[in-house]
Design a binder for this molecule. Structure first.
Ligand SMILES: NC(=O)c1ccc[n+]([C@@H]2O[C@H](COP(=O)([O-])OP(=O)(O)OC[C@H]3O[C@@H](n4cnc5c(N)ncnc54)[C@H](OP(=O)(O)O)[C@@H]3O)[C@@H](O)[C@H]2O)c1
Length: 432
């Protein structure tokens, strides 16, 4: 007789509904794989009176998630709420030795260290495939498939909302505000899009990936983060003229003993693979010491892709429990060997700089002098036609590699000169 593992699901929204659907649709194939049945014992929601798209036996529903966690019929807790109480529920489950699956990137990026240690101490497992890049099994790839590799670098388009907005802007659909509005109408952006457009969502995901790929213990707050809010159609147009496409990338690269970890808009060569990941799709390019470059591509969010990742974790846990194998959380615990995240100010990059300069003799020389004082050398300059009304000239400068700190000082110095209208804009360039 096959063993039954009691599942407690917290959250029956977009992802939770998808998980219930998958459990209802394919119980046989899961049982074949695990030798055990996953049986939904309790489902916690916030509003018991809400009508549900996915039918769930009303007797399973509860408004008390902590009671679900403590229910002896529940051996596996699946947290799919993103609620502030998630830490309490997950830690309580782990303390009781119950396995946990979560999609909560914000929590793992912030308090993953504590939770992984607690799981190890209590002989429980904590799995989180859905927390990064939805349906793409990147966590499993890094932890298992690429385990024989030292990861050298990782580039990711980890946020579908920003990729959609930049794709639309690149296709000429309008400016940032207008394109964001479209994305909201289509359900690709939240009513409050801050977490996505500011790059913080991608930074949380990068913090999780960096822990696995580079053994960092830093939180998302230690990752340099700049959003797409200031990208203008002119930047996209000038990028195209220079042979680049603008993407919001999450980047991690070894640099000596440290690792660079940063999220910001990047100009990438238009023929590069990352430049051709469109709309809400996600992609991650990993360079491993043995495999070389590998690329993972797919849907980074949405009900069924994300639920697919959650159920994969549930099946793996059931398989482990049924075979008597212990938890496999050891690789998530990082001790004294933790890799430090490099200081962004010392990272060396090439830059695109756009300024609206007064149309006077000697202006270009003054800008060049400011850059030279920071030892930033110019690779090329494009001067556009003067704006007859404003008497200003758009100037586009591409630099050779220079430290971030020098570029920031140069920007501040340019701001103090009275030769520019508004602030100069900078976008970092990545060769890939
Ligand atoms: N949506 C995606 O594509 C996606 C992708 C990757 C990761 N994630 C992550 O997955 C998690 C869930 O996202 P979602 O999009 O499914 O959210 P959602 O549609 O807003 O659903 C949240 C669910 O949690 C329930 N809930 C909230 N607070 C609760 C509480 N205090 N007690 C019990 N239940 C509570 C809600 O109950 P009611 O239904 O009664 O309101 C709802 O069923 C989040 O951590 C998110 O970051 C989502």
């Amino acid at each position: 007789m096959s063993k039954t593992i009691g599942v407690g699901l917290i959250g029956l929204g977009t992802v939770g509904g998808g998980v219930v659907r998958l459990l209802q649709d394919s119980p046989c194939s899961m049982r074949r794989r695990t030798g055990a049945s996953l049986a939904l014992k309790r489902v916690a929601v916030r509003d018991l009176g809400k009508s549900r798209e996915v039918p769930v036996d009303a007797s399973l529903l509860t408004g008390d998630a902590m009671a679900l966690v403590r229910d002896p019929q529940v051996q596996m807790v699946v947290e799919l709420t993103g609620a502030p109480q998630a830490y309490e529920w997950i830690s309580e489950a782990l303390r009781a030795g119950k396995d946990v699956v979560t999609a909560n990137k914000a929590l793992l990026a912030e308090r993953g260290d504590e939770l992984f240690r607690l799981a190890l101490e209590k002989g429980a497992d904590l799995m989180f495939e859905a927390s990064v890049a939805g349906g793409i099994p990147i966590i499993r790839m890094l932890r298992n498939g690429l385990v024989a590799n030292r990861v050298e670098s990782l580039y990711g388009i980890l946020n579908g909302t920003t990729n959609y907005i930049l794709t639309q802007m690149t296709r000429g659909a309008g400016g940032y505000a207008e394109t964001l509005r479209h994305a909201q109408e289509k359900g690709y952006a939240e009513p409050d899009p801050t977490l996505d457009v500011s790059g913080q969502d991608a930074a949380q995901k990068l913090a999780i990936l960096c822990r696995i790929a580079f053994q960092t213990t830093g939180t998302a707050k230690q990752i340099f983060c700049e959003g797409i809010e200031r990208i203008e159609p002119q930047d996209i147009e000038y990028a195209r003229e220079l042979g680049y496409t603008i993407k919001l990338l999450a980047i991690a690269k070894r640099r000596g003993e440290e690792v660079e970890a940063r999220v910001h808009p990047v100009m990438v060569p238009s023929e590069a693979l990352m430049a051709n990941i469109h709309d809400v799709f996600n992609a991650i390019e990993v360079v491993g010491s043995s495999v070389g470059t590998q690329v993972f591509y797919g849907r980074g969010a949405g009900q069924m892709p994300t639920a697919s990742a959650v159920v994969a974790d549930m099946v793996e846990l059931a398989e482990r429990r049924n075979s008597g194998a212990g938890p496999a959380i050891g690789d998530m615990i990082i001790g004294d060997e933790a890799t430090a995240i490099a200081d962004m100010r010392q990272v060396e990059l090439r830059y695109y700089l756009r300024a609206l300069a007064c149309d006077r003799p000697g202006v270009l020389a003054q800008i060049a002098r400011v850059l030279a004082e920071e030892r930033i050398s110019i690779a090329s300059v494009i001067q556009k036609e003067r704006d007859l009304q404003g008497g200003t000239v758009p100037l586009i400068i591409v630099t050779h590699e220079a430290p971030e700190a020098g570029m920031q000082r140069a920007l501040a110095a340019l701001g103090r000169l009275d030769i520019l209208e508004g602030q100069a804009r900078v976008i970092r360039i990545e060769a890939l």
